[in-house]
Design a protein. Sequence first.
Lengths: 244, 246
Amino acid sequence: MIELVNVNKSFADKQVLFDINAKFEPGIPNLIIGASGGGKSVLLKCMVGLFKPESGSINYDGRDFVHLPYEKVREVRREIGMLFQGTALFDSLTVEENVDFPLKMFGKMTPDERKERINFCLSRVGLENANKKYPAEISGGMKKRVGIARAIALETRYLFCDEPNSGLDPITSRRIDELLHDITQEFKITTVINSHDMKTVYDIGESITFIYKGKVWWQGHRNDLDNTRAHNPELDAFIAASQF
Amino acid sequence: MNKLFFELGRYILFVRSMFFKPERFKVFFERTIHEMNNIGVGSIGIVTIISVFVGAVTTLQTAYQLVSPLIPMKVIGTIVSDSSLLEFAPTITCLVLAGKVGANIASEVGNMRVTEQIDALEVMGINSSGFLGLPKIIAGVIMIPCLIIVANFLMISGGILAARLTDLMSPNEFVQGARETFKMFTVTVSMTKALVFAFIITSMSTYEGYFTEGGALEVGEAGTRAVTRSCVLILFADFIIAKLML
């Protein structure tokens, strides 16, 4: 479980996150939703340690990520997988080498075991025949799937996805959503997905955190969304803008 | 002035952050060999062309300036070999390498920054500055001095060739002139310059790439800045080394 307590973040004089408190449970897709510029990506980057919050704590199963010494932070990071908005695959490596990268850096497997793990991860995301291709040679949807395969290669405990559907067609987008949902349940991962796609929210979202102007405006279950809308004009406007 | 100190401080902290114990020595070693190939083997062609022509032109221009019949022609060999070893081979070659290798490193690392590949390394718990920068620095300080040794040899060879082709003097005369006043210390100065310049090129270029913000345009600007700053620092370091060692 990941728990955020009073997380604040600013850049120069501009405060972006205000006292964020939230909990993300394992085994279910936790979605952070909100308009662009609302602070979703900054929150996600704070959670994975790319930005350091000014105050507050981010607890990974009781380990306060913000205040841990650097070596301990790196240990937690090795349990984290992240799917970036632009996938962030290494251009100079093949699909297979991208998935192998964390295994080679941190795994204690033999080359044969690594090969087996790579093939398992790639087949799990439905990419059996792309091992030797370079990222430039595959489609956007395939890149996302390679990104997911790389993120779960080390038997990740925490998976973060920043706009996993951006730039994808509706069919591929749905496949990625289903994949993230299935992987989360299958491996009991704590998955946090940043999205502004309401279709994803209704398809796979269970715990929903709505961020508005840098604050947690609402947090609850997907089933409560429709009831809450009536009393929450900001949430209602966001959902209505997505034509739901 | 504030910006200068900010950049200087950030550069020093960046260089310091690079020196770490590699996560996997095998991966680190492979990356270093790969960079040695890129920086060293990949630059042999341009270094060869520049060195031969600089040596040849220096010989012809020195001959043009030595108008007195009292000065023996072999002095040209002395001047060309000494100036090649002390200045032309390390400085001119490194200025060219700042353009070729420096721009390449800055754009590679800058592109990794804007496409979030560096963030991906950080999220995995990898010291990204060390992972990307240290193999380049090690490869540079090993391979660039090797290239300078080749450049020294080729500049003198270019000089001999030019002297021979223009009937200025025989190769024996040129070599005799070069050997008469040869001091091993000039090679030490040459290698010191090569090591310092190699560090400047690789670290400055990685630094510029690493702190790129934006997109393709900024990656290009980072490449330009890496080359400009490396060249200025090389010339500055050249002056300091000459003052301290000669």
